[in-house]
Design a protein around this ligand. Sequence first.
Ligand code: NAD
Length: 256
Amino acid sequence: SLNGKTAVITGSNSGIGLGVAWELARAGADVVLNSFTDRDEDHALAEEIAKATGTSARYIKADMSKGDECRALVEKAGACDILVNNAGIQHVAAIDEFPVEKWDAIIAINMSSAFHTTAAALPLMRKAGWGRVVNIASAHGLRASPFKSAYVTAKHGVVGMTKVVALETAREPITANAICPGYVLTPLVEAQIPNTAKEYNIPEAEAIEKVILAKQPSKEFVTVEQLGGMVLFLCSEAAAQITGTTLSADGGWTAS
Ligand code: NAD
C-alpha cells in the first residue's frame, strides 16, 4: 500500500493525470492534483477523491509553462514521494508554419516542467529515503509523426531526461522511468474524432480505426486505468530495479 506516501501529479484535472491520481489514491497515497485553472470544479475533484478513498487529496494551482510555478507546486505539496510528470498539450502544424508561441508552450509544458519539478522533488525524496519519478511521455517519445515537431521533440527530450535522472539517483532508493502510451481516449483525443470524421468524410467509428488508430495495431485505445496500474507497478517493490527505461502501452505501435 502507498499509505503515508504523497504523490504529486502535474496536469491532473482531466484525462490521464486524473486517472492516475485516482489509482494512486485507491492504493492509499495522498494525492496532489494540479492544473493552471483553479476552478471550483478542480477543488471538487480533490474532495471527491478524498471522500471515496479516505486519503487526503488536495488541489494546488500551478502553471506548468512557468519554471518557478513548477518548483512552487512541489514545495507547496511539502512532500513528494511519487512525482508523476503528466501535464501536456498538443499542436499540429507543418514545421515551417508551426506557431513559435505554440512551440515554446509545448517545450515548456511537456518537457521543461519535468526538469523543474524533478529538481524540486529529489531533495524531498532523499529526505524521505524513497522516491519514484514517473514521466508520462508517449509513443511519440520513441517514434515520430509528421506535423508534431514540438510534441515529438519534447517527448523524446523527456525520455532522455528520465535516463539522466535514473543515473544520478542510481545508488539511492529512487527510480525514474517514462511510460509511453499510444492513443488514450481522453478529452485531448476525443476532440479530434468529429473533426477527423468530417475531414475524411467518413463515420466516426471509421475515423477512429483508420485514421486515429492507424498506427496502433490493436485498434483499441489505452485506458487511463491501465496507465494508473502501470504507475502503481513502478511504485511497487517488484519494480525497485527498473530505472532509466521506458514502458510502452501502445497496442503494438512501436513494435514496427
Ligand atoms: P488532457 O488534455 O485530458 O490533460 C492534460 C492535462 O494537462 C490537463 O489536466 C490540463 O489541465 C493540464 N495542463 C495543460 N496545460 C497546463 C499548464 N500550463 N499547467 C498545468 N497543467 C496543464 O490530455 P491527456 O490525454 O490526459 O494528456 C496527459 C499527458 O499524456 C500529456 O503529457 C500527453 O502528452 C500524454 N499522452 C496522451 C496520449 C493520449 O492519447 N491522450 C498519448 C500519449 C501521451
